[in-house]
Design a protein around this ligand. Structure first.
Ligand code: BG6
Length: 484
């Protein structure tokens, strides 16, 4: 694909002093600027509710954040001075949005910008609608150039709220202006799922219920809730990761081949798959919450002991589901999707478990010698993939061994770009392929709707384990149980 050029623009970030902006967005923007990818003319306007901060205060705060992200301070300081600005906006106050409009025009005049604007909502989800209405009522939904709206996750907290939020967005913006972000789609290894499946002749013919027994999708983190109690208590593992990041992995691994590589074709295949997936039944869900434990030899607190967490909180820090897809390709194949904080180690991977080969001759004394193949797509860390193959052990004639065929990204490609760098750049060039369509958000919520209605039990699990023991009941008993 030809590289598209970024046109001169103004980048407006709501929630600019928040955790996400400091840890991810500003470092990604700074990296893009350093590598010349933002083009020659642009300005960045941070927006927040605080009036205890001005342009200089914002620049100092971003400069510190960049230092923490490992960006050398000398160049960063000058860049912050030149490109960053700050405006206080209280989300309930129409006058503040009018003032924002005037500030935008002023910055565009000073920097000779043609009126192309990105509005990035990096605020708590509770103020998404207020902000979008504020922008719309101030006439900031349309500008002299293009206007794009980026919305962070979670998109709604159930089906109805996602429908309402989509309605609110569509009151002011058209779908082609909207970039619903899921940063997992910005990861090179996640994009590679598409290439792995559709650019290799090898896999498509075996990518179905005849050959595959089950698929395990795992998003495991070592970190706990950290300093994000306020956000996490309202969110929990289902809304934080399972319903969005993990469902995107599921969609890419299970969707049908699209008719072309354009955003619309890919997104409609994902939507079709989500609609073919059965809404969850209670027996297909296991929730958990971490209790004190040990990770990497270090004792860590339980969720209830973390700062800012209610001592009787029932927020889940682990969630696992068994998804069932009703279509020709996947009928009967369980997709086990899990995520959790404070698990044994950080790993995001997809394991595709093939069926056992129908052989009777690799057997000794009733014991099967041939093990089924597995393909592990490791998305992070140690990015790469591994295919387990059966070979004859030359030294032990009676034995077969599983040996891995391994590919490692770092060996071949070195540093992978940060997900946010990729997604910010795509927003700036107007490519929606790696963003979530409104219908997709609703289709994903439809699957989780019964979970929202019921209140499944939250099981304890010790930090440093792989989650609650109850998890075992979701797993198929053996490779060939799947098509039962
Ligand atoms: C975020 C969640 O979306 O993704 C965090 O809010 C989580 O809770 C993070 O830690 C994980 O992202 P990554 O890129 O580190 O896997």
């Amino acid at each position: 694909m030809a590289e598209k050029k970024v046109e001169p623009h103004l980048f407006v970030i709501f929630g600019a002093t928040g955790d996400l902006a400091k840890r991810k967005l500003m470092p990604a923007i700074a990296m893009l600027a350093q590598t010349g990818k933002l083009g020659e003319r642009y300005a960045i306007l941070g927006v927040g509710r605080g009036d205890d901060i001005d342009d200089d205060g914002f620049r100092a705060l971003v400069n510190d954040a960049l230092r923490e992200a490992g960006i050398p301070s000398g160049t960063a300081r000058a860049w912050c001075e030149r490109c960053l600005h700050y405006q206080k906006v209280s989300y309930q106050t129409p006058d503040d949005f009018a003032a924002l409009g005037r500030r935008i025009e002023e910055l565009e005049r000073e920097n000779d910008l043609p009126g192309n604007r990105v509005f990035y909502l990096s605020t708590p989800p509770a103020v998404f609608e207020l902000t979008i209405d504020g922008l719309g009522q101030a006439g900031l939904n349309q500008g002299p150039g293009w206007t794009r709206l980026v919305i962070e996750k979670p998109f709604g907290h159930n089906l109805q709220s996602a429908i309402d939020l989509n309605a609110c967005v569509h009151r002011h913006f058209t779908e082609s202006q909207i970039y619903r972000i899921d940063h997992y789609l910005g990861k090179a290894t996640v994009q590679n799922l598409f290439v792995f499946r559709f650019a290799n002749m090898l896999f498509e013919a075996i990518w179905n219920r005849d050959r595959i027994a089950s698929v395990d999708i795992l998003v495991a983190e070592e970190i706990g809730v950290g300093s994000r109690a306020g956000f996490y208590e309202k969110t929990g593992a289902v809304k934080d990761i399972l319903q969005n990041h993990a469902m995107q992995l599921f969609a890419l691994i299970a969707m049908e081949p699209p008719s072309n590589g354009a955003a619309e074709a890919i997104r409609s295949e994902k939507i079709k798959l989500l609609y073919a997936t059965q809404p969850l039944r209670e027996e297909d869900i296991v929730l958990g919450q971490y209790t004190p434990g040990v990770i990497n030899g270090r004792e860590v607190k339980g969720y209830h002991e973390e700062p800012g967490i209610a001592p009787d909180s029932l927020t889940e820090t682990f969630a696992a589901v068994r998804l069932r897809v009703n279509n020709w390709r996947w009928q009967g194949v369980p997709f086990i999707v899990r995520t959790g904080k404070r698990l044994r180690r950080r790993v995001t991977q997809i394991a595709v478990n093939f069926r056992t080969a129908p052989v009777w001759f690799f057997e000794t004394m009733g014991q099967k010698l041939a093990h089924p193949n597995s393909l592990i797509l490791r998305l992070q860390p140690n990015e790469g993939f591994e295919l387990g193959i059966q070979v004859k052990d030359p030294n032990q004639p009676e034995r077969l061994r599983t040996v891995p065929l391994i590919f490692d990204y770092a060996d071949t490609f070195g540093r992978l770009p940060e997900a946010y760098e990729t997604l910010l750049l795509d927003t700036l060039v107007g490519d929606q392929t790696l963003f979530v369509h409104g219908v997709e958000t609703e289709a994903a919520w439809r699957i989780f709707e019964p979970f929202v209605e019921s209140q499944p039990k939250v099981h304890g699990y010790a930090a440093g384990t792989w989650g609650p023991e109850a998890m075992a009941r979701l797993m198929p008993r053996n490779r060939d149980e799947a098509a039962e």
